[in-house]
Design a protein around this ligand. Sequence first.
Ligand code: GLN
Length: 440
Amino acid sequence: QIETTDQQVDAFLRVDAEGAQAAAAKIDEQPIDVANLLAGMPIGIKDNLLTDGVITTAASKMLANFKPVFDATVVEKLKAKEAIMIGKTNLDEFAMGSSTETSAFKKTKNPWDLTKVPGGSSGGSAAAVASGEVVAALGTDTGGSIRQPAAFNGIVGIKPTYGRVSRWGAIAFASSLDQVGVFSRNVADNATVLEAISGHDEKDSTSANLPVPNYRAALNGDIKGMKIAVAKEYMAEGVEPGVKAQIEAAIETFKSLGATVDEVSLPHSQYAVQTYYIIASSEASSNLSRYDGIRYGYRSPEAKTLEEVYVKSRSEGFGDEVKRRIMLGTFALSSGFYDAYFKKAGQMRTLIIRDFEQVFADYDLVVGPTAPTTAFELGDKVTDPVTMYMNDILTIPANMAGLPAMSVPAGFADGMPVGLQIIGKAFDEETVYRAGYAFE
Ligand code: GLN
């Protein structure tokens, strides 16, 4: 399927056919363990997750030849369950973007309409699942990078609670927000793969030491009496009428399944995008300081002095969007502006968290659209960063508060898929899955 489809979709940066075949052959030699649903499952891995011996680039020239010597914990866990790592999927450079167009290597297309973007930053993973190239794929979500491409591709994508899944071996973008999650075509597959990658990891100090529930057991179709909140801010002007109509239909479906649905307010979500771009860019500017042309990664062949090694390697190795974030973040953290920007953003983050706490005191879930629009045309927003940033307005709040959030397919608008976003309480992926399963 990859051979025939990927020439058009361009979801993969690298396919490890040999490695995948060797892993599959090994499984064939063993007795079948019927309890292990992952054995032999072909899985795509976003190219910002380290894979032992397989080049991992974060879609950046900076890491074009970087071959990790160990697996990310999530990859190690999948391999332990005998899932098959089939290849590395395209993304926005260092996961910075919403369309996968900032990749230094190729542009992934939306399999529903090849003139449109697959969303981002995990656009390759989403397109690979949507086009039937893999059963599931891993992505990362810092501000929406799993949910928005899941919505644009008509598939299921979950960002788990911050701390549920180890970030060890995930190339850092914004460490207080980054979380690894799963793409799949249905909720049951999603729950299966998330369960396999979840759990405490002593190599990630932010991973939570909590037992991992049996997510599949939550999929019983029963949501009677569930209390669902719809944030009015998530249904405001910027949301396209076609998208809004599908979400309103989804709300009726939840009611018909026996849930109660009320409108609530998350008043500070209007500041989420601004807050996010200060926090995420600040953390990125710090995380990306490791790419200095010395330790690893790209080194400019032109550099003659130490200063030139730094400046030329970073100037030539990073693309425009990454440089924009480094400049924004460095500015926001600088001593003269720290209080006005970074500190204030931290305060606003607390208010966003409190909004959710108040709603979750009375409700089980918050639902709304995943993105204000369906997939847009390739090239449409890439030269206009602020318009691109605004596409994440509905996904960013859950990252700010560290909450689990999933996008499930909710019909079409003008022929393109719409995503319904389901946000849950911290570490309550089960309720998110239960509602998503009942709905799909
Ligand atoms: N689109 C957002 C950004 O550009 C989110 C990216 C992500 O979640 N990795 O930062």
